[in-house]
Design a protein around this ligand. Structure first.
Ligand code: MN
Length: 494
């Protein structure tokens, strides 16, 4: 029996107070979406026994914490309406603006994808996410959605639970990482970890607990001396806090260090957040004059940002009594970027302050535009961006079977190419296609994200005309093979 723990649904004000300064129009919009979703999901329950509506409210709250714009928060509230209630996209569009509807449609489509747990599949799914992210906000909603789903994994059936947890660790968390959203990546991994590797989880938890108690005590002493020195230096506007390493990230590091916790120097770390970059280097000098740095441990990700644009200085110092501490130094904008990643580019101004008004950011929001910006930054791993820039991306589209399998095709491919991409028999016997629910001819040119079902009939077969119509070599090859076998005149004319 599930021990139902019914949480009260957070009121809309919980969402509003997390968000950017919203103008009254934005607040009205979010409130309308809140009420609409409440009505749509009324009487639906989660596996935990709590109202389904709670799930979409939590999703929206996460988006508000990321300081997403009002349309995105509203779409977060509405993200399951089309998939899980009788409401159609059309009905939704009568109530909400086209941006919101597009975001909801994007999330709904992503929901139909199935994860098969194969490496190849992981890569194509990743590419797929990217291709689908004609608007990156779709991915943000999906990540926020997934965060609440993994937070409530204990209520899900064991076999399904493991699949979701693994998928989160292999796809969603890396995606959050690539988008630079540290705020989501850590929790996505940590909530999933115990369901994928339960034994390892217990072991790492034990190790972390015993060790971090001491190191935290030590860090507090270190923090006090640093604080005094920084103030003496004339800097007053700064923050110091501690962070304990996320459990899954610790597990990965331990694996590289033979599970020896004593070799982990950043189990706990001190984080110093300063007004600007110059101060970061000043404070670094200060720290190194107080404590001797551990050789080879200084990492300047300010002058050499990570591939996800993470910037910070990490140094590890001997703090006396045989203790070693990691110290991270960054300015406010770097901190915002490390927490919110791509969201910070969309929703924050240059000073790292949230944009006011809760308006959608101006300019193109496309994923590609964002990446083009990142590309200007010197990066240590260009592999990811290169993948995106390759011809592959410019000339390929992603289409799906109704079951969510991914079929990659060239941009001018027609439905018949899709049929052959599934199987030669499907191609040979194809008579028509249902594209996004609409009956269409086999010569219809496909668009990115189309969902296609091929209609077949036993007594049909390929014709020579098909050969002129298809665009992929796979289809052409199969048709030729078929005609060679069955059409005596074919070889002479070809
Ligand atoms: Mn959902």
């Amino acid at each position: 029996m599930i021990n139902a723990f019914i949480r009260k649904t957070p009121p809309v004000t919980d969402i509003l107070k997390e968000a950017n300064d919203l103008n009254s129009e934005a607040k009205t919009l979010i409130t309308k979406a809140y009420d609409y979703a409440e009505k749509a999901h009324r009487n639906q329950k989660r596996m935990s026994g709590e109202p389904y509506f709670n799930h979409v409210v939590e999703t929206a709250k996460t988006l508000a914490e990321l300081k997403a714009d009002a349309d995105t928060i509203a779409a977060g509230l509405l993200h399951d309406v089309v998939e899980d209630t009788p409401i159609t996209e059309e009905e939704l569009s009568q109530e909400f603006n086209s941006t919101i509807c597009k975001l909801v449609a994007g999330v709904t489509k992503l929901g139909t994808l199935k994860y098969q747990g194969q490496k190849r599949h992981v890569e194509s799914l990743r590419k797929l996410f990217i291709a689908m992210a004609s608007d990156i906000r779709v991915i943000m909603i999906k990540l926020a959605d997934r965060l609440h789903n993994v937070k409530t994994l204990e209520y899900v059936k064991p076999e399904k639970r493991k699949r979701i947890a693994l998928e989160t660790i292999e796809i969603y968390a890396p995606l959050a990482n690539r988008l630079g959203i540290g705020r989501l990546r850590g929790p996505l991994e940590d909530y999933s970890f115990p369901f994928v590797y339960p034994e390892e989880y217990k072991k790492v938890m034990r190790l972390r607990k015993t060790k971090s108690k001491n190191t935290l005590k030590q860090l507090k002493k270190v923090a006090r001396s640093i604080q005094e020195s920084i103030i003496k230096e004339g800097i007053t506007d700064f923050d110091i806090d501690y962070r304990v390493k996320h459990i899954y990230s610790l597990y990965n590091k331990l694996k590289r260090k033979n599970m020896d916790i004593d070799q982990i120097y950043d189990l706990t770390a001190l984080r110093i957040i300063l007004p600007n970059q110059t101060d970061c280097y000043r404070v670094l000098g200060l720290i190194h004059s107080l404590w001797r740095p551990v050789p080879g441990k200084l990492k300047d990700y300010i002058s050499n940002p990570k591939h996800n644009n993470y910037r910070s200085i990490h140094t590890t110092v001997f703090t006396g009594d045989g203790n070693i501490s990691e110290i991270q130094i960054r300015d406010r904008q770097m901190h915002t970027e490390a927490e919110y990643g791509v969201a910070s580019h969309l929703f924050y101004d240059e000073t790292g302050k949230p944009k006011t008004g809760g308006q959608a950011p101006t300019g193109k929001l496309s994923w590609i535009t964002e990446l083009a910006k990142w590309q200007e930054v010197a990066s240590e791993s260009e592999e990811f961006i290169n993948t995106l820039k390759s011809d592959f991306f410019q000339n390929r589209i992603f289409t799906f079977t109704p079951r969510g399998e991914v079929i990659e095709l060239p941009t001018d491919a027609i439905a018949l190419d899709f049929a052959y991409a599934i199987h030669s028999d499907v191609g040979h016997q194809a008579v028509g296609a249902t594209i996004n629910g609409k009956y269409s001819s086999l010569t219809t040119v496909l668009q990115n994200n189309d969902i296609i079902q091929i209609e077949t009939k036993k007594d049909t077969h390929p014709t020579r005309k098909w050969l002129e119509q298809v665009k992929t070599s796979t289809a052409r090859r199969h048709i030729k093979q078929y005609l060679t076998k069955t059409d005596p005149e074919f070889q002479t004319t070809n």
